[in-house]
Design a protein around this ligand. Sequence first.
Ligand SMILES: Nc1ncnc2c1ncn2[C@@H]1O[C@H](COP(=O)(O)OP(=O)(O)OP(=O)(O)O)[C@@H](O)[C@H]1O
Ligand code: SF4
Ligand SMILES: [Mg+2]
Length: 352
Amino acid sequence: MAEPILEVAGLVKHYPLTRGVLFHKQVGAVKAVDGVDFTLGRGETLGIVGESGCGKSTVAKMLCNLERPTAGSIRFKGEEITRLSGRALKAVRRNIQMVFQDPYTSLNPRMTVGDIIGEPYDIHPEAAPKGDRRRRVRDLLDVVGLDPDYANRYPHQFSGGQRQRIGIARGLALRPEVIVADEPVSALDVSVQAQVINLLDRLQSEFDLSYVFIAHDLSIVRHISDRVGVMYLGRIVETGRDTEIYDHPTHPYTQALLSAVPVPDPEARAHRARIILTGDVPSPTDIPSGCRFRTRCWKARDRCAREVPVLAVPAAFRDVRGAAAHASACHFAEEAVPGGVVEPGANGDGPG
Ligand SMILES: Nc1ncnc2c1ncn2[C@@H]1O[C@H](COP(=O)(O)OP(=O)(O)OP(=O)(O)O)[C@@H](O)[C@H]1O
Ligand code: SF4
Ligand SMILES: [Mg+2]
């Protein structure tokens, strides 16, 4: 693996649940992120995938220092960044930038595009001398495939895809080393999604960037990710290289998510089971005992309610070099069928 640029260990964010107007007695906690570990290599893209509410945006905000973790560590190029303040915090913030999900609400409608892209220079004046900002903004527009003369226009004059390009240009203004993109294409039409992903791909090599790319759908991150982490209820439940996750998922949750991804090849489609997840995601205030996925898992057994599965390479796969040899937080990951295919009818739904 490439030299690590971000190292995340035991990351936790619990929001207190309080009752009472005067004394705010704490009666519980929203366990939005509940112990997340991963490493991002320089120049690499880590895709983070999971259903709505599983804690993806909360992880993103902690990486960008927009939220303070309840516990855990985030290292940027070896330096712990969760407890920084003042000038040191500002310097790190410059290096880890966020691209937001919704290009319709994340751009201030009363500012010109040029002012939006150049705004980071107001906060970090050291990054660009005042006389040079106009030229830099024009360059940034050009880099993201927009006409530099658009700098005087307003966000409402642009399409969703163009607005996301503006958001990306702003994210690049301070020449960060890491970009955390929180569902950057989820609000866009399918036809535009690929263009924005291709742009991010090109910018990655041009600017030597490392990406954390968040999505709720495994098919979106496939083209851009070197590695993928699948999140469920505040934790990563399976992680590995893209081929390991797509060709040999060993966690039932990943298998279910993948079974919903369209397969163009009819023969492959015929051999694949549709696993329909039943029930709702449990509340992050009341996480199930043992395996947090057990209330929706078709493979759950008694042990799953008692023991928390550790995110690790299953013992039987440790000495083999196949696609199965990647970390999975399931007691029965070893039973996953080679090729990632789950027998049709595994949960009574038959092939889709
Ligand atoms: N400030 C907050 N106070 C209390 N609970 C919060 C707060 N922010 C987020 N949460 C809760 O934490 C959980 C995780 O939220 P988060 O936004 O990180 O999920 P997500 O995976 O990004 O979801 P989505 O796909 O909908 O964007 C949710 O249950 C959410 O309601
Ligand atoms: S540990 Fe049990 S409940 Fe959890 S994913 Fe594996 S089989 Fe399902
Ligand atoms: Mg989110």
